[in-house]
Design a protein around this ligand. Structure first.
Ligand code: MSP
Length: 532
């Protein structure tokens, strides 16, 4: 297979507080894609990071008697811990307070200022004198009160720099037209109707009242607006405008496939301002901006830091295993759509798919091979029975569908394709009743092919699940005692090499979750002890 080059990015999360399962959701789906492409042998650079500037961070720091830098250094530890526990396979973690990144931001500003895409203008907005912050109409509401301190705000005008967005609108519209899969989830229309059709305004990209950000060299009292600072991480991380642009040339080059994930609340920045910024810099645009949905509470509210309604992923990993959480996120929340995090769905998804389907098939198969063959997988023979032939066909079809789905980032469907195959494996056991065949010496050949195909279903199914189940898929392959070579992705079309392998002892892959007990544990975790 020809090796392709992939650049996959997550948004950089605000280092204003610790991470929660909403952030973990975005990280897990991006990681799943990165692992899938690597599994297929592609060359992947997977980026994640922390957005460490902005007033909110400065304020949180002062509330905690820390300098902003001390504060973000502290939050950074939490980010590291979360991604380590979720086994996120990033190649680089970028921090916007790093010297390398800040230099790129300054260089970009100078470049765009010199070429006339940035100009000095006037910014008018609702201003709170006490908080020294500008707010938008919706933030101050009808009563014109500061959302932070509750004091009255007034309109104020300040000098600021603007990015000439209007100039790039025709080019942007042409790009959307010629790249219909740019945002595969169909969320561009909303952007067109809300922001572009009414007439896109130029974007104010500096503030003079802010202190915690990248200062502009040409005008040191101004700092760069946090969003421009943040978006540029995607190219500064690759060394854009640095002494060594090797990574940039490779992963932002024309032959690289660039896939960027972002939640729907930041769609505007990723599908409008980010492309405009790239156009102004004369750079290529990403192939895909995948706008994913959000995890909501049962009452339909976004899980968020500011609302304090979002649990950390850490206790969930501790209690249910990292793969159970990763699987839940990829399979239960239809990618591209919002999902509700409820205890019932969580428990059912784990029990139905991982315990009753995958774990059960593995356990039954190994136990029967132990009983009928002393643990040694029978030799492969050309199948003669229609049910066996059909199951082999199902394997091939599953691989095709799985790849087709994963290749268009439908990770949810990819996971369910594999589960359907495992389900067919369990049904095949029910229908072929190996325990009856085992009693009849004349049925020895049929028993051999029946047990053999089951091991192939498990081997191939486990390989396909590897991007999601980062430890358990290999644990299943360990129990079957499959060699390293036959765990590789390119072995999924090679059938017939497993005869003579002695399985290891079977053990429980995913323990069954007790409905009542886990329901109350999860409810308390989400709602807090008082609202049970
Ligand atoms: N710092 C900006 C992004 C800059 S990217 C150049 C930001 N940070 S954030 O921490 O508020 O959110 C980042 C991302 O976290 C969201 O786009 C989304 O992918 C993810 N999520 C935050 N809350 C979420 C949910 N409740 N559900 C799913 N994803 C969520 O915006």
């Amino acid at each position: 297979m020809e090796k392709k080059c992939f650049y996959i990015t997550t948004p950089i999360y605000y280092a204003s507080a610790n991470l929660h399962i909403g952030h973990a959701y975005c990280e897990v789906i991006s990681d799943t894609l990165a692992r899938y492409e690597r599994l297929k042998g592609n060359d992947v650079f997977f980026l994640t990071g922390a957005d460490e500037h902005g007033e909110k961070i400065a304020k949180n720091a002062s509330k905690n008697n820390m300098t902003p830098q001390e504060f973000v250094d502290h939050v950074y530890l939490n980010f590291q811990e979360n991604w380590k526990k979720l086994d996120i396979s990033y190649n680089k973690f970028i921090r916007t307070t790093s010297k390398e990144h800040m230099e790129v931001v300054q260089k970009v500003f100078t470049k765009l200022l010199n070429q006339g895409d940035i100009y000095l203008g006037e910014y008018k907005g609702w201003y709170c004198t006490s908080c020294e912050s500008f707010w938008t109409d919706s933030q101050v509401g009808e009563k014109h009160l500061c959302p932070d301190c509750g004091r009255e705000v007034h309109t104020e005008t300040q000098e600021a720099y603007f990015l000439n967005c209007k100039k790039y609108v025709p080019q942007l519209l042409e790009f959307y037209k010629t790249h219909p899969n740019f945002e595969p989830g169909g969320k561009l229309n909303e952007m067109l109707n809300t922001f572009i059709k009414p007439g896109l305004e130029d974007l104010c990209i500096t503030r003079s009242e802010l202190s915690w950000g990248v200062p502009i060299k040409e005008d040191p009292k101004q700092v760069i607006y946090v969003w421009i600072d943040a978006l540029l991480n995607y190219i500064s991380a690759l060394g854009y405008l640095s002494n060594d642009e090797t990574l940039f040339n490779k992963f932002w080059g024309k032959d690289s496939t660039i896939v960027q994930f972002a939640g729907r609340e930041i769609n505007r920045f990723h599908s409008i301002y980010w492309p405009i910024l790239l156009m102004a810099l004369g750079l290529r645009l990403p192939d895909t901006i995948y706008i994913h949905g959000l995890l909501l509470t049962r009452s339909g509210v976004k899980l968020s830091k500011s609302l304090g309604n979002a649990p950390s992923p850490l206790p969930l990993i501790e209690r249910y295993s990292l793969d159970a959480l990763r699987y839940y996120m990829v399979r239960e929340v239809q990618i591209g759509e919002d999902g509700t995090f409820t205890p019932k769905q969580f428990i059912e998804r784990i029990n139905n798919d991982l315990v009753n389907n995958y774990g059960n098939l593995l356990n039954r198969t190994i136990s029967m091979i132990k009983k009928y063959y002393d643990g040694v997988i029978p030799q492969y023979k050309e199948p003669s029975n229609l049910a066996t032939i059909t199951l082999y066909k199902n394997i091939e079809e599953t691989i095709k569908t799985y790849e087709a789905d994963m290749d268009i980032y439908n990770l949810t469907k990819g996971a369910s394709d594999v589960m359907s195959l495992l389900d067919l494996g369990n049904k095949f056991i029910q229908d072929s009743t190996p325990w009856v065949l085992a009693k009849d010496p004349n049925k020895k050949d049929l028993l051999d092919e029946t047990m053999y195909v089951l091991v192939e279903v498990l081997r191939i199914g486990s390989i396909l699940l590897k991007p999601i189940l980062v430890t358990k898929a290999d644990e299943a392959l360990d129990q079957l005692n499959i060699s390293t070579e036959l765990r590789e992705y390119n072995s999924i079309h090679t059938i017939g090499k497993l005869g003579g392998i002695k399985n290891n002892q079977p053990s429980v892959l995913f323990p069954r979750l007790d409905n009542e007990k886990e329901f109350s544990y999860l409810t308390e975790l989400i709602d807090g002890p008082s609202k049970k």
